[in-house]
Structure formats: C-alpha cells, structure tokens
Design a protein around this ligand. Sequence first.
Ligand code: C5P
Length: 236
Amino acid sequence: MLANKGNYAGMSKAVPVITIDGPSGSGKGTVSRLLARERGFHFLDSGALYRLLAYAAQRRGMGLDNESALAALAGELDIRFPADGEGDRVLLDGDDVGEVIRTEAAGSGASRVAALPAVRQALLDRQRRFRLNPGLVADGRDMGTVVFPDADAKIFLTASAGERARRRCNQLKEKGKLVEFEDVLADIKVRDERDASRSVAPLRPAQDAYLLDTSELDIPATMERLREILKNRLNP
Ligand code: C5P
C-alpha cells in the first residue's frame, strides 16, 4: 500500500503536514479549513479530487468502472483550487464546479472511482505536491496512512452514523433541499461500507493517529480539542 513511501519519505519532510481523516459528516472538512486558515497553511481537500474525477468522467460520457481510462484522466485533469476569498471554489478546465461536485450524486460517484487502485495511484503525486511551505492541512480518508505517512500530526475524526446523517440533513436543508433522514442515513452507511472495505487505502485510522469522536462536539469545541492535541505535536 505504501509503495511510494521509499521515494517519498524525506523528500519534503521539512514542510509540516497535519492530516485529518475520517468519514463524511465527522466535521473534518470544516475544521480542516479552519485549522489551515488559523495557521496560514495550505489546504488539500482530497475528496474534491475524487469528486472532480467522477464529475469529469461523467461529463465526458465515460463509465465509472473503466479503471485505466479513469486513471489516465486523473493524470491530465486541469484542476485548480483558487485561494481567492471564501467558499469552496474549484476550477475544472477553468469552469467553477465547486457547487456541482458537492451533490450526493457526485459524492457517490467519487466513492466508486476512489475504490479503483490505478485511480488512487494516479492521484498520489498530485496530492503530495500540495505539501508546500509554510505547511499543509490535508483532509481525506488516507492522508495519514498512505499519502503523508510521515505527517507531523495525524487526527482521525469520527461521529456516529446517526449524528453524521443529522448534520448532512441540516446542511442540505440550509441549501433549500428537502431530504428524508432515513435516505441520508442509508446513503452514509453504503458509502462508509464501500470506503472501509475497499482493498486499497481503506478508511481506517493510522496507527499513530489521534482519535477524536465529535458526536457530542460542535465545531468550536472540536477546534479547541484539536488545538490542545496539536500543541504537543507541532512547533507553534
Ligand atoms: O470527503 P468527501 O466526501 O468529499 O469524499 C468523497 C469520496 O471520495 C469519499 O466517500 C471517498 O470514497 C473518496 N475519498 C477517498 N480518499 C480520500 C478522500 C475521499 O477515497 N482521501
């Protein structure tokens, strides 16, 4: 699984990395962004890369199980995360697709392409190139286990499936979308199962990760806990 570790280890060790892994709805996207902003670090939303790939493939009429074609596409996509202002702007071939890749359909497509080993391999270097001074916060499923095994601090956020579904329903409601709690919960469970059982880079905490259950923590409380944890693992 860590096939590239030998080449990679030490390459950019001087640049600090904080990895935040966990299932969707654990709060990792929000706190990763906040943490990156607070420290003035770069931010890698690795889920957006898988979402973009699934979206781009569908836009080109490609099947989501064509592993070699998807891996080739992963290597050539023109993707940018402009650092200009708030929000989740993501540019694909110059078009802002930040909204459309956040849909449930794109998330489900992402989890299908993410199960393909050649796709993960094709996205590996691309993700590592985000490790730039003064540092990086990397958000995903395998940041601490595969992409940045030598990270300075590894966090694994969890929350119960029910709580994660509740948060997702609230987010969708805020966007004016009516959804059934049971449907969202079922979707989360399917995605969890697929992410945890795939043969390559399954969702699991790194051995040296700090586990934090956010079921009963809101965002400010989660941030407070993270600052505590990081105080002992990173230089100020
Ligand atoms: O984090 P987000 O919900 O945007 O990720 C979408 C999907 O992409 C996840 O359900 C997972 O299947 C996949 N993913 C992954 N590895 C990552 C990030 C995301 O497999 N590092």
